[in-house]
Structures are given as C-alpha cells and as structure tokens.
Ligand binder design. Structure first.
Ligand code: FA5
Length: 346
C-alpha cells in the first residue's frame, strides 16, 4: 500500500469513526489519536521526506487537505455533541414543579402529656392551681417530714433510688411537695391552700404491666378550716366523673399512709376488661388510681399549720394508669418504650 493509499484509508476510517462518536470524552480521545500532535495524520505527514522527491508535493498537499477536513469535521462534531449533552442535562435535571411537596412528619404530644393536660384542666376548673416541686428530694422531706422518721418501717412501702450524696434521693412520690407548698403558700399557717403537684416519681421496683420505675403522679392538697373526709370523697368523685364519664364506678378502700389519717385508696372499675378481670387490674375488676386521706396532724404542723384549727385532704394519683384506662392500653411499658408505632396512635 502506498503512503497515499494509507492516508486515504485513514481519512475514510477516521471520518466514519467521528460520525459514531457520542460523548465529549470519546471525542477528545479521537482528536488525540487522529489529528493531535502525535496523531496518525501528523505522523504520516512527518514521513513525507521518505517519499521519492516527485511525489512529495502531491502527498503533502493531500495530507494537509485531509488534516484540514478532519479538523473541520471535528469542530462540527464537537459543537453537535456539546449541544446534545446540554440538552440531555437539561432534560435530566428538570424540576417538575407540579409534583406535590414531601409530607412533613408532624410531631405530637405524648399520651402521658395529653392526659396530664386534661387532668390540669379539670382540677383548674375545680379551683386547684399547679405547684411544681423538685424531682431530686432530701430523705427528710420525702419521708421524715411526712411522719416517717429514719428507720420507720413504712419507708419500705417505697423502693427508693438513692444518690451518692447522703440524704439525697429521687422522690418516690409527689407527697414531699405538700411540705414545700404549705411552707411557701401557707404564710406560716395562716392561708388556705388548693394545689395540685404534678411530676415524675422514681421507684426501684419490679417492672410489670402496671408498674414502671418512673411514672407521673399528680398530688392534690387542700388545706382550710373545717375540711372533712366527705369533702375528699366528693372532690375525687367529681374528678372521676369529669375524667372518665358519669357512668364509671368508684370505690374507696380503707388503707394506710403515715402522712394521712384516715387513709384510703381509690379504685375505678376496670374499663379494659369491663370488670371481668385482666392482667392490668390484677384480675380484680378494679384499678387503683390514687391514694388519699386527711392530712396527718404531724404533717400539718411540719407545714406550719396548727392542726387544732386547720385541716386538709391530700391525694396522689397515677396519670399513666388513667391513660391506660382511657385508651385501653394493656401495658404501662409502652409509655417510655419510644416505639413510634405506639406513639403515632395518639
Ligand atoms: C403514694 O405514692 C402516696 N404518696 C399517695 C398519697 C398521696 C396518699 C397523698 C395519701 C395522700 P402509692 O404508692 O399508692 O401512694 O401511689 C399512688 C399512685 O401512683 C398509685 O395509685 C398508682 O396510680 C401510681 N403508681 C404507684 N406506683 C406506680 C408504678 N410503679 N408505676 C405506675 N404508677 C404507679
């Protein structure tokens, strides 16, 4: 094959290849291989000197012609590919403004919080204001001032979380707030009080379907002249009526707390099983929702009141159990289990 033939073949092949190229990467590669400084056409041109002198002029002329033709073709193809790529990227990057927006996941209140707010509202209607007491308590206020001096056996009713600081514990109930409220609001035992004290309580207890190691209580305290047990029963019955509906039944069972005398526990008939018996009501048909009683004279005195003049009632209820009743929740462990499938239902 003569050099001229090789040149013509190269021209045909390179032109055909160029027409097939579809990407700018392949195009750059083609340019380097064919018309670049070390490209095939350039190399052939450099070999002109090896031809017999009479052929050199014709070959050189044709080679330069072909190089110019290929360069032009290259420039055209480059422009076409640039336009194609631009069109493709505009197509792919297109934003469809008619698509609906992504849904924002809405947070909501924890069922315990919802119940607490309901409880606050009912007590507010009945004239009780909220008093916030502390979660970290002293042994003295949690027990001592509530008529349970050190080593009193009744302390065993509350399995306590102790801290490394001697005498400092996590409150086992909201009752120590009674002492704080009386001392702060009572003005040395001269003013009546009507408060509720909501908050988290902590007990080192066996966790079961109805008992957790942390749970809310809502304490209530009313101090005045001539407050009697019938006021306590009437007030709690009215609360239950507003909270659960008029058809719910309530029972007061005699009980014992060192800080009340007399003392009682309050049960409602179990909504979950309709009184037939289930694991939440311990197969009794009744669910205990509160402890209560008339404030013990020792506690009144510790709060700054003269028990011969002043009297009062107190109660402590468990809103988690109230929520379980309202929604038919069969296990208290769902409350702090952080399972979204549970929480999303409220
Ligand atoms: C008390 O804690 C007394 N301080 C209540 C009281 C207040 C009596 C004022 C008299 C005067 P008790 O341990 O029974 O009592 O708890 C009261 C309520 O808290 C129970 O009825 C129950 O609803 C709730 N509760 C108690 N332990 C747990 C627990 N482990 N998990 C969930 N709720 C609980």
């Amino acid at each position: 094959m003569t050099m001229l033939d090789r040149l013509e073949t190269l021209y045909q092949q390179a032109s055909a290849e160029l027409a097939q190229i579809a990407s700018s990467e392949a195009l750059a590669d083609w340019e380097r291989r064919v018309i670049g400084r070390k490209g095939e056409v350039t190399l052939l041109l450099r070999q002109t000197g090896q031809l017999p002198p009479e052929e050199r002029a014709a070959f050189g002329k044709r080679a330069n012609e072909i190089k110019a033709l290929l360069s032009e073709a290259f420039a055209r193809r480059e422009e076409e590919i640039r336009e194609q790529e631009l069109a493709r990227s505009m197509e792919e990057g297109q934003v469809d403004v008619t698509l609906p927006g992504r849904k924002v996941a809405r947070g909501r209140l924890h069922p315990a919080t919802q119940t607490l707010r309901e409880v606050y509202a009912i007590w507010a209607e009945m004239g009780f204001q909220v008093y916030r007491s502390r979660d970290v308590e002293t042994d003295e206020v949690n027990f001592g001032l509530l008529n349970m001096p050190p080593y009193h056996p009744a302390r065993d009713m509350w399995d306590t979380f102790y801290t490394t600081e001697p005498g400092v514990i996590l409150r086992t109930h909201t009752s120590p707030g009674q002492i704080h409220a009386m001392r702060e609001y009572g003005e040395n035992g001269t003013k009546p009080i009507r408060v509720i004290l909501p908050g988290m309580c902590y007990r080192y207890e066996q966790i079961t379907a109805r008992s957790e190691v942390q749970f809310h209580q809502v304490e209530g305290l009313a101090i005045g002249r001539g407050i009697r047990m019938t006021d306590l029963k009437g007030t709690l019955t009215e609360f239950a009526r507003r909270m659960y509906g008029a058809e719910r039944r309530l029972r007061f069972r005699a009980s014992h707390f060192p800080f009340t005398e007399p003392s009682a526990e309050v049960d409602v008939d179990c909504i979950l099983c309709g009184g037939a018996g289930c694991n939440v009501c311990k197969y009794s048909g009744w669910l205990e929702i509160a402890g209560c009683g008339m404030v013990h004279p020792v506690v009144l005195r510790n709060g700054g009141y003269d028990p011969t003049v002043w009297s009062g009632f107190a109660f402590g209820m468990g809103p988690e159990r109230i929520t379980m009743l309202k929604h038919g929740i069969r296990d208290i462990r769902y409350f702090w289990g952080n399972d979204l499938r549970f929480l999303n239902q409220f």
